[in-house]
Write a protein that binds this ligand. Sequence first.
Ligand SMILES: Cc1ncc(COP(=O)(O)O)c(C=O)c1O
Length: 449
Amino acid sequence: MSPSTIQVTETARFLGAGSATATLTAQARELIPGGTSRLHYVFEPYPIYARSGAGCRLTDVEGDARIDCLNNMTALIHGHCNADVNAAVIEQLGRGASFSEPSEPEVALARLLVQRVPSLERVHFRSSGTEAVMMAIKLARAFTGRDMIAKFEGGYHGYYDYVQMSVLSTPANWGDAQAPHSVPSSGGLSRAVEQEVLTLPFNDPQGVERLLQQHGGRIAALLVEPLSNRSGMALPASGFLDFLREVTRRHGILLIFDEVIAFRVGPQGAQGRYGGAPDLTAFGKIIGGGLPIGAVGGRADVMGLLDPTRGPARVISGGTYSGNPLSAAAGAATLRLLTATQFERLDALGRRMREGINSIFRATGQPAQASGDASLFQLVPTDRPIENYRSIPRDAAATAWLDRLHQGLLRAGVIVSNRGLGCLSTAMDEADVDECLGAFEQAVAGMRV
Ligand SMILES: Cc1ncc(COP(=O)(O)O)c(C=O)c1O
């Protein structure tokens, strides 16, 4: 069946007693803590299990198709089984899955990234976004000789110890808005981490200025996700990223952009769309075309710390799968398809989706909004302006609202994350977006009864 002939229909088959999904869930929970290795995909009563994807549709193990507005947590910008991406992977697989030696796809992907993003002079590959962020922080520490890092409240950057701080803060522990507490967001972090992470308020230049005046001399890197989904996709206020550029330079701090998701917003990523000119950028997700990848790129003098050809490297790297040819081939094919025209299409589709959802929320009196930019959207349980992490209600009612909407959408044939994250792919057209909006209408109507 071709993608365009698959229709989504309302279904709750996965919830039925004795369904294939219920059986798989029971088996998985005996084998894997929580039933899956990705905490982000655990929700009540249990997730659907994917069997296959084609274009913008995903079919579950019950045989039910839905429109995929999550695309492996934003990684699949061309949707599932894109012909060019699959051909590149299959061609490479015919030559070998991975080697000890470097290979041509790694060089090709590096060239595509450096050509696209003006702040990249050199690039270095890893196997995940988490590893890319970890390497960027290590480079900054080695370059500056300082230990501390600064990050924004609510910013998610993967699960390296030093970024698992203040990701899940609550009103009970987050402290002063202008000087947020650094709150551990996972067990297993050394207490030293708490001492070495400064938490900053997003979109608050005075707050950032004051905190950096106090601690700036000890900080190696300031890490920012220009468009943070945990913060309701709060857009950086006009000039905020340029302010970060200026203030970090003044304090001798390296500015790191985390564009693991935000690289989706345009040909040169978030830095091309919102400004900021970082020293280093962490990438992941779309640059691997659906296969595991991460990359850090930036200034040649900083990246040069990884270079062992001019004396011993100052920062030691490794990774059996770093720069692996399958991911690099998929990533290069993905970037080649991402033309300016495709970004314009995605922008228009994203606008249509956000405006459509917002008019449904308004018409039905839901105090909520679809925020975001370009091909990204976030379902947020407030109709007030979103500036940062604290703009989002985090009480039980807000969580229950999102849970009901998420479940309603799943039944109506649309996949978003259980925290309201959604994104589009180039596999979609206006009719697909309108089909999603029909499902939104159904899901929201179900919330009123
Ligand atoms: C902004 C951001 N940074 C880093 C990461 C970590 O990337 P990965 O899951 O590939 O380790 C993620 C993952 O969702 C992310 O959204």
